[in-house]
Every structure is written in structure tokens, then in C-alpha cells.
Design a binder for this molecule. Structure first.
Ligand SMILES: Nc1nc2c(c(=O)[nH]1)N[C@H]1C(S)=C(S)[C@@H](COP(=O)(O)O)O[C@H]1N2
Ligand SMILES: [Mo]
Length: 236
């Protein structure tokens, strides 16, 4: 299923509370959504939302009964067919780091593992529950010696250039992981194999699947949907 159907932005709970102007942005409105009044509002909202993001706040663990049945968890990718990892896949880690690295799945599996079962929120209005496991982005930052000036993290993929950039507090949140497993199994191709971003603090479109690179950067870059008018912060 290719994701060309995103409809106009739904308000996140936090945007709703703040009464943002973001609702006026259409999903396919690529006509300079960041400029003028809306752009100013979004920059304002980002500041307010970053200030509101409580690093102690966790997405609630869901009970086993809440698990979405196998096969019913929606699948999104912008490529025409399921993107398959290139032979010899490895994750490139760079940017403002002391030790740039190229990591295999084995390397990542040897790092401390985090597991949780939480709800996924897509901007289109659906939600679903799965359990995920992988390694925290904060662990990766420690491994490569990310510079404190790198207050943003960019995630890139082999899915037709899909990417997203994140604010540091969300990227380094304890529930933000590079997931290599779903529901106790290796991550399936439909859900981003071999490695995807997962988090309890962001909407679905921020969680880049089919990862190729993670870059620790001093400035935010955009994102596939973000560059098409979707909110950049996109907190749950
Ligand atoms: N590479 C890539 N990552 C992506 C997307 C995509 O199209 N390509 N879609 C995003 C959106 S909109 C959502 S809701 C989630 C969906 O994850 P799922 O396919 O595992 O349900 O992936 C996100 N990450
Ligand atoms: Mo989504």
C-alpha cells in the first residue's frame, strides 16, 4: 500500500489544546507551507511544544489483549512495492559525532535492548497496537559520541528517499528506539525491515522505516511529509 492518501492534517491532542493554526494546512499543499503566518505559527508551536515535552512522560504500556491481530496492522511505504534491503545492508551513523560508524544488524543486536507494547497513531486517524524491540537512539548517540551541539537527529531510508528529522528531546526519549523486532519476531519487510525508527512520543509519519542513515545535526532538516506541509514536531 503506497501512502499517497494522507488527508488534511488532524489535530494532535497537544495542538488541539494549544489551538494551533496547523489544521488549515492540507496534506498535499506543498505551496510553501512554512512561510508567512502559518510558518510563524508553526515555529511558535514548536517552541511551545518542545517546552511542554516532558521527558518523564511515557506512552502507556498496552495490555496483550489490545494487540492488533496479525495482518491487521496497516502498512505504509511510498515506493511502488515493499522496499527490500540492499545486499550487505548496514546503518551509517554520522554528523556531529566523535566516532562515525557503520553498524550491521548484529552490531545493533549486541547493544542494550528495549521492549514495549504501545499504540501507534497515524495522522490519517487510525491507530494500532504492536510490541516493538530494538536499541534506544540515546544508546546509539552514546556509542558514536554525539556532540551536545547536535540537537537534532535526521533519519534516512531506502524507501524512495523517505526521511524525517527530529528534535533532540524526542529522539533521545527512552521510548525512542531503532526497532529490529515486532511482536517478538524480526521486523517484517512490510513494517520496515531490517531497521526502523519507533517511538511513543511521535505520530506515525515521523517513524522512518527502512533506515539507511542516522545523522546527529546542529540544525533540523525537513522530512518527506514535513516538506509537504505536515507539522514538523508532530508529538502524540
Ligand atoms: N520509509 C518510510 N517510513 C515510513 C512511511 C513511509 O511511507 N516510508 N510512512 C510513515 C507513516 S505515515 C506511518 S503511519 C508509519 C506506518 O508504519 P507501518 O507501515 O508499520 O504501519 O510509517 C511511517 N514511516
Ligand atoms: Mo501515517
Amino acid at each position: 500500500m503506497s501512502d499517497t492518501r494522507h488527508r488534511p492534517l488532524l489535530l494532535t491532542r497537544r495542538s488541539w489544546l494549544l489551538g494551533t493554526a496547523a489544521v488549515a494546512l492540507g496534506a498535499c499543499d506543498s505551496s510553501r507551507p512554512r512561510q508567512g503566518f502559518l510558518g510563524a505559527m508553526e515555529r511558535f508551536n514548536q517552541r511551545v511544544q518542545s517546552a511542554l515535552l516532558d521527558p518523564e512522560q511515557f506512552a502507556p504500556e498496552e495490555p496483550v489483549e489490545a494487540l492488533t491481530p496479525p495482518g491487521a496492522f496497516p502498512q505504509y511505504f511510498i515506493s511502488d512495492r515493499v522496499p527490500l534491503a540492499p545486499a550487505g545492508w548496514a546503518l551509517q551513523v554520522g554528523g556531529l559525532v566523535a566516532r562515525p560508524a557503520v553498524l550491521s544488524l548484529e552490531d545493533l543486536r549486541r547493544m542494550p535492548r528495549t521492549d514495549y507494547r504501545i499504540r501507534h497513531h497515524c495522522v490519517e486517524g487510525w491507530s494500532a497496537v504492536a510490541s516493538w524491540h530494538g536499541v534506544r537512539v540515546s544508546e546509539l548517540a552514546r556509542l558514536v559520541g554525539a556532540d551536545p551541539r547536535a540537537r537534532f537527529v535526521e533519519f534516512r531510508s531506502f524507501d524512495a528517499g523517505y526521511f524525517s528529522s527530529w528534535d533532540g528531546p524526542s529522539a533521545f526519549h527512552p521510548q525512542t528506539i531503532l526497532a529490529y523486532g515486532m511482536n517478538g519476531e524480526p521486523l517484517p519487510p512490510e513494517h520496515g525491515a531490517p531497521l526502523r525508527l519507533y517511538s511513543g512520543v511521535k505520530l506515525g509519519y515521523k517513524m522512518v522505516k527502512y533506515l539507511t542513515a542516522v545523522n546527529f545535526l546542529p540544525e533540523p532538516t525537513g522530512g518527506y511529509w514535513e516538506d509537504r506541509g505536515y507539522e514538523w514536531f508532530a508529538g502524540v
